[in-house]
Design a protein around this ligand. Structure first.
Ligand SMILES: [Zn+2]
Ligand SMILES: [Zn+2]
Length: 359
């Protein structure tokens, strides 16, 4: 303070007030912990209103060492913004953005005759602020929960799609494997049938060869016997007109058939042919009968993805005469896939609508 200022009276008070305001601004902008001079700590509190119970000095710091900024009248409302140790309070009041008072000369109770509305308004403001903070907090939590839910649903969807793809792949591989096994089995069967057929033909040929040789042998013996008989008769006969010997060269054999074994569909038949003129015999072969086709038998049922298989066997000998594929039920598969797609689209639409409502 300069001595010249004291002379000016009310002008001095006004300029002192302005100076104090400027000074308090400057002080409030200095950090409390900065420098060894400001050796106190302010604990901030939610602002609340108190009333002075006596004339009270507002100082620049929290002890009587600090300079007095203003002296308040008894009953003046001031707002507490923080607490300092040893009962001092950081306050703000009309014209003083930041100052310090002793907590011994204030009261939360409004003095008599003073309307308590101010306090109520402060409390109302505090309450409103608390409610707003609470609402903001709840909103943030809700948004967070919704975000987490969305992420979870997305992860589940991706997992489901992955599992589906793997399943389809496995089914496809299974189908290919079964097809390969089927082709292998059919090939093996065909080779086996071919081998059996060749074996049967070989046996048949050998049998025919043996029968032919037997027949030729019998024929030769018979002809020899007849020849000897004829010579004997010729020698024994002294008639002038000897009977003409019957030789095979003089006529065409006229055979009479005598079946010795009936033919079936799996085996040829046999017959002995005897000439009615000369009595010569030979063995004949009766061709095999046709197979009797039985009803078709399903060996493997057709499914939605795989063809079935059926066989037709001979009803007499049981030999397989024909095989055919049964077409897969692709119509049912298409119907099923279409149904699944429709359900998927419906679910997607519902999810999008729901997301639109909540968002
Ligand atoms: Zn003959
Ligand atoms: Zn047969």
């Amino acid at each position: 303070m300069q001595p010249a200022d004291r002379k000016t009276g009310s002008g001095f008070r006004a300029s002192a007030t302005v100076f104090c305001v400027i000074l308090s601004f400057m002080l409030s902008s200095i950090p409390v912990s900065a420098g060894g001079k400001l050796d106190y700590t302010v604990t901030e509190v939610t602002p609340y209103t108190v009333y002075t119970t006596d004339r009270l000095n507002v100082r620049t710091g929290p002890s009587e060492r600090w300079r007095v900024l203003l002296t308040l009248k008894d009953g003046t409302p001031i707002k507490v913004t923080g607490t300092v140790s040893e009962g001092w309070l950081q306050i703000t009041t009309d014209g003083i953005p930041e100052g310090y008072v002793s907590g011994d000369y204030v009261s939360k109770t409004a003095p008599s005759g003073k309307p308590a509305e101010e306090m109520n308004e402060t409390e109302k403001a505090d309450k409103k602020k608390a409610e707003e903070e609470k609402a903001e907090k709840e909103k943030a939590e809700k948004e967070k929960a919704e975000k987490e839910q969305a992420e979870k649903e997305k992860a589940e969807k991706e997992q489901a799609e992955k599992e589906k793809a793997e399943k389809e792949k496995a089914e496809k591989e299974q189908a290919e494997k079964e097809k390969a096994e089927k082709e292998k089995a059919e090939k093996g069967k065909a080779e086996k049938e071919q081998a059996e057929k060749e074996q049967a033909e070989k046996e048949q040929a050998e049998k025919e060869q043996a029968e032919k040789e037997q027949a030729e042998k019998e024929q030769a013996e018979k002809e020899k016997a007849e020849k000897e008989k004829a010579e004997k008769e010729k020698a024994g006969a002294e008639k002038e007109m000897p009977a003409e010997p019957i030789s095979a060269a003089d006529h065409e054999h006229v055979y009479r058939e005598s079946i010795t074994r009936e033919p079936t569909c799996s085996q040829v038949g046999e017959e002995i042919l005897t000439c009615e003129i000369c009595g010569a015999t030979r063995t004949g072969i009766i061709p095999r009968k046709e197979h009797t086709p039985g009803s078709w038998e399903v060996v493997r049922e057709a499914t939605m993805t795989k063809e079935g298989l059926r066989f037709q066997n001979c009803s007499v000998c049981g030999r397989t005469l024909a095989s055919a594929e049964i077409p897969a039920h692709t119509g049912r598969l298409i119907l099923l896939i279409t149904g699944l797609c429709a359900a998927g689209i419906l679910i997607c639409v519902l999810l999008i609508r729901r997301a639109g409502k909540t968002g």
